[in-house]
Design a protein. Structure first.
Length: 125
């Protein structure tokens, strides 16, 4: 039996995907600006990695598969698969390791970086 969602349920944000009201966003952004300024003051550079990584990368070092949101396409064309080998990263450690491995020839070590990005875990908030 299929449970029908009420209109209220349909407009609620998903658990684990927070939304901030404008006043909260202003405070949060000021906090992030302060953190960023302090890191940069001490010679750290900001990096960003894609929100999406290959599933094999995320699970190679024992990532908990229950925490990983995989991606699929809603509509696949003829001969295309709807399933992909991509997933949202659940922390920033694995993407950092991939980033350093990919760019090691262009980086200076010790690599002083900071990274402020959303992460997605398949757990209840």
């Amino acid at each position: 039996m299929t449970k029908h969602k009420s209109r209220k349920d349909m407009v609620q944000s998903l658990s684990g995907f927070p939304e901030l009201l404008p006043a909260e966003q202003i405070v949060y952004q000021k906090f992030l600006d302060t953190v960023r300024e302090v890191y940069e003051l001490f010679g750290f550079a900001q990096i960003q990695t894609p929100a999406v990584e290959r599933v094999g990368i995320l699970t190679a070092k024992g990532g908990d598969e229950k925490e990983i949101y995989t991606l699929s396409r809603l509509a696949a064309g003829p001969g295309e698969k709807s399933q992909t080998d991509m997933a949202l990263h659940f922390d920033l450690t694995v993407p950092l390791a991939r980033y350093v491995s990919q760019h090691k020839e262009e980086l200076t070590f010790p690599f002083r970086r900071f990274q402020i990005q959303p992460v997605w875990r398949g757990e209840r908030a």
